[in-house]
Design a protein around this ligand. Structure first.
Ligand code: GLY
Length: 353
């Protein structure tokens, strides 16, 4: 088993990564949690594959589990869903000494994490991410949030789990589209911090070959995220590098009402479009965009922004929570593995789209 420890001023917690780890989660939890009650939050898709198993695994250790199953998809990160989940926690009489588990992808992790952060002003929680995107990004680093009708993740908090359990075997039941969705974020880590990772991603010839290396890929990404989050937990500086491709990506997701592109697919387009411009402007080393395009195609990702009204994309960027007054922080590459943050006027953003 590979373990990373996130060390923050107020909290430290481990991230355990191992194929087959899921089956030992009950025993591992028993060591860190002395209570009995667990509210397990998951979605219908994950419940279908793992609902019975996780209940059995936890009940074998004599935990009392109440499972809350939400609809899959971004729409569950809503205020209405929050109310619904809080009601179920009240019915189950969850107290601050009990435990909430998030078993699922990014939506479940963000929703359950936000619930844990706010219910009774904070209940301890554990992340068991089941999608690649959640395993390498959203389950690590404490960002939890729900959406408002006018934008994604507009209400949230920094609230860290007690522990993150990552089992790459979960990815075997993940739709290919969502595996590649996560690969967009893997490519992002390569682009912003790790040329070696970026280059290795060209080598995996088949999906099976990719799975064989998945533990190592997840470890590498989580290690980068750990270092970034330890340096800048509250997203005031270096952590913004993780938003490479996200300014345009979030705007594209919103433009298509979160229906046409997954998060990773939109980020892939965002990374490509901004780098195409920055290379034209002489900011990024020549040839970077060709390498990026080749890798995005290899992992079935779109790269060009098509059929959009540029004005509406700019309007969506204007509502992005990363805005600083009339300015906006964007992330650019000097080269693969070398990124930096640039504060630009909102007017100037046109030059990068
Ligand atoms: N997903 C970006 C971050 O955690 O900061």
């Amino acid at each position: 088993m590979k373990t990373l420890k996130i060390n923050l001023i107020d909290k430290s917690y481990p991230i355990h990564i191992k194929k087959g780890l899921f089956h030992n989660i009950g025993k591992k939890l028993k060591k860190i949690y002395q209570g009995k009650k667990i509210a397990l939050i998951t979605d219908e898709n994950v419940y279908k594959f793992y609902g019975e198993q996780i209940n059995e695994i936890l009940q074998n250790e004599e935990f009392h589990v109440n499972t809350i199953v939400v609809e899959p998809g971004e729409k569950s990160k809503s205020i209405e869903m929050l109310q619904n989940v809080y009601d179920k926690l009240l019915d189950f009489k969850i107290t601050r000494t009990d435990l909430i588990i998030a078993l699922g992808g990014g939506v479940v992790g963000d929703l359950a994490g936000f619930v844990a952060a706010t219910f009774l002003r904070g209940v301890p929680f554990v992340q068991i991410p089941t999608s690649l995107l959640a395993q390498i990004d959203s389950s690590v680093g404490g960002k939890v949030a729900v959406n408002l009708p006018r934008g994604k993740n507009l209400i949230g908090n920094f609230y860290h789990p007690q522990v993150v359990f990552i089992d790459p075997d979960f990815l075997k039941t993940l739709d290919a589209r969502f595996l590649y969705d996560g690969m967009a974020e893997v490519i992002k880590y390569g682009c912003i911090k790790d040329k070696n990772l970026f280059q290795k991603l060209f080598n995996y010839k088949t999906k099976d070959n990719l799975y064989e290396h998945m533990e190592e890929i997840i470890y590498t990404c989580c290690k980068i995220k750990k270092e970034v989050v330890e340096n800048d937990e509250k997203d005031m500086g270096e952590r913004m590098l993780l938003n490479f491709g996200h300014t345009i990506g979030h705007a594209i997701e919103k433009y298509f009402n979160y229906e046409k592109y997954t998060h990773g697919e939109a980020v892939a387009i965002g990374m490509y479009e901004i780098t195409k411009k920055s290379e034209e402007l002489g900011i990024t080393k020549k040839g970077t965009i060709d390498l990026m395009k080749e890798l995005l195609i290899k992992y079935n990702l779109h790269y060009e922004m098509k059929n959009v009204d540029q004005e509406k994309i700019l309007e969506a960027i204007g509502l992005d929570k990363k805005n600083v007054g009339s300015k906006l922080n964007i992330v650019l590459l000097k080269d693969i593995g070398e990124s930096f943050i640039k504060l630009v006027d909102k007017e100037e953003i046109k030059d990068y789209i």
